[in-house]
Structure formats: C-alpha cells, structure tokens
Design a protein around this ligand. Sequence first.
Ligand SMILES: Cc1cc2nc3c(=O)[nH]c(=O)nc-3n(C[C@H](O)[C@H](O)[C@H](O)COP(=O)(O)O)c2cc1C
Length: 359
Amino acid sequence: MNDERPGWPLNLESLEALAAELLERTAYDYYRSGAGDEITLGRNRAAFSEIQLLPHVLRDVSEVSLETELLGSRASLPVAVAPTAFHGLADPQAEVATARGAAAADAVFCLSSLSNTTPEAVADASTGPRWFQLYVFRDRGLTRDLVERAEACGYGAILLTVDAPVLGRRERDVGNAFELPEHLTIACVGDAVEAPEGESGLAAYFASQLDPSLTWSDLEWLAGISSLPVVVKGVHRPDDAVRAVDSGAGGVIVSNHGARQLDTVPATVEMLPAVADAIEGRAEVLLDGGVRRGTDVVKALCLGADGVMIGRPALWALALGGEAGVRRVLNMMRLELREAMALCGARSLGDLSAELLAP
Ligand SMILES: Cc1cc2nc3c(=O)[nH]c(=O)nc-3n(C[C@H](O)[C@H](O)[C@H](O)COP(=O)(O)O)c2cc1C
C-alpha cells in the first residue's frame, strides 16, 4: 500500500504544523503540551539525535522482517499507538478511527481510560490487536469493572499508568481552562467534573477521581485480579522496574508520559539501558517519548526495548486524515524502520543490539 501521497507530510515531525492549522487552539495546546518549562519535551527528541548508529555492510538485506510479538499480541512492526486521551477532539469517529487505522496497518492500538469511546465500541469496530490503559480510580469497584470489561471484549494487556498520581502542570491548559467540549464525555466512566476557576478541567477531574495513594500493593492487587499481562507504564528507574516485575508485572514501559508529568526528568531513551539491564529479560520492556523516526526505533531496540509506542504523531495524523491518517503514519514508520534496518545490515529485529551503536 502506497501511503506516500502528494500533499501528505513526508515525515512524522511535519504532521504537527499541519494538524495545528486544523485543530481548535485549545485542543492543539492540550495535545502538544509538556509540563513546566518543557525541558523534558525537548530532551526526549534531542537524546535520540545524540545517539549514533554504526552500521554493518554486506549482509544481504534483500529481506527485512519487522514481525514481532509484543505483550502477547502479534504485530507486523514493533511500533504501537500509545494511549492518549480524548481523540474526539481530533476526529468525530474518535478512538474508533484510531483503532481502525492501527488495525489497517497491522499495529497494536492502546485505548486510554480517558477515551471518548467505550472499550466495547472500539472492540466492535476494530479487529486489530488492542491493549487497555488503566488509571486507578478512587472507586476500586469501578477500576475492577474496567479491567473486567477490557478482558471481556478482547484487549490483550492492561497498561497501568503509574506516573500520574497527580496531573502534571501544563501551563497552556491552565491558561485555556481546558475542558472537554459538551458533546464529548469520558466514555468509560461518565461525565467530566466542572473545573474550579483557574485550573484545567482535566486537572480537576484527576484530583477528584483518580487515586494518588497508589502503592506497589495496588499493582499486586491488579495483577491478582487480571488474567491479562499487567504492564507498568511510566517507569524511570531500574530499581522501580525490578520492583514492578517482582510485584507481578509482565512488562514495564519506560515513559515520562510524553514529558507531560514531571519536568526535567531525563529523556526516556537515556533511562532505557539501565532499566533493560536491570530487568535481565524477565519481562518485556517498551519505550515511548519522542519516537519520530525509523532510526529512533532502531536505537531503542538496540538499547534493550522490545518495542516502542508513538503518542502525539498518531493524534496529528488522526486530525489530518482520520482512520486513513493513522494507517499512514504507522506505514511511514514501517517504511523508515525497514530502510534503517537495511542500512544497518539488520534482517530482523533480533539483529538489533548495542553493537550497532557508536561507542
Ligand atoms: C494528548 C496526550 C494525552 C495522553 N493521555 C494519556 C493517557 O490518558 N494515559 C496515559 O497513560 N498516557 C497518556 N499520554 C502519554 C502517552 O501514552 C505517551 O506516553 C506519550 O504521548 C509518548 O510520547 P510522544 O507523544 O512524544 O510520542 C498522553 C499523551 C498525550 C500527548
């Protein structure tokens, strides 16, 4: 399938400026923002640029395979769509369009707990591999119910987000008093709460509904009630990664929430090697944050990740082209990754290791 059409951006970074022209200003600000001074937002990208590849030559790369299995889901490339809230701000079909676009590209789609579409409606509309991202609500009955619903309608893993005991301060959202337009709801759990003056509505929602008292025992509880792999999303440190696996996690995701939570933490790709080393292959390791190029995927896999996820680029693509846009952005990643692997002399994902990186 040729997704390189005239007028469609040539790379992932170029999607944002075009999407900015189409989106409501408050929606664009919500999607793009990082926390605080956005130091980590820049760092997530810069750190990938600073890593250099050291390719092999003369290795017969006439066939390059990107096939893999991530958290038990088969995928045709090691790039999944990260869970992001409120796709209804970008497209009337919301998460249904994103899930269908990912399925058309044979990639995994992860649905956010803060979606505008129920897990059931996404499952009905798309046959592709899916994961469910979980926030733990103060109401544990509701939380358990969400896990059971995700299991019942065919989601393959639960991604427990642990880097958001409170919502990071994204100043544009505060300035915009960002809230969902009236026609959209947080579909899993009903309506958003009213924002107190001077706050973003999402921050108010977080504070009232989500549980900041979460500890490791809650991870054990979740791993105990779910028959699906529970993967801890938002790990920065090797000691926490090991503790997550010891507490029943089937994987960890090195993530700083797209630089939207604690500002001035390192880039995810800087944290990755220590986390992957500490895990010692006992569980899968994924990474997200600033992945925009096929070479970024190669670097993450060389440094110990089993796969990566993209957040904002899927939202820009959704705004630009709906379901087809999401398919295209994933196919762009596929083309870039295949080319980068061929130029590295790598025939399969198993060939990607630290020896392909300049010391
Ligand atoms: C607009 C937006 C909404 C997000 N919503 C969620 C969410 O609901 N749950 C979650 O675990 N992560 C959320 N994230 C974080 C993403 O899952 C992911 O970690 C991040 O976007 C990856 O970085 P990237 O955007 O640079 O690719 C959100 C990110 C963005 C940009």
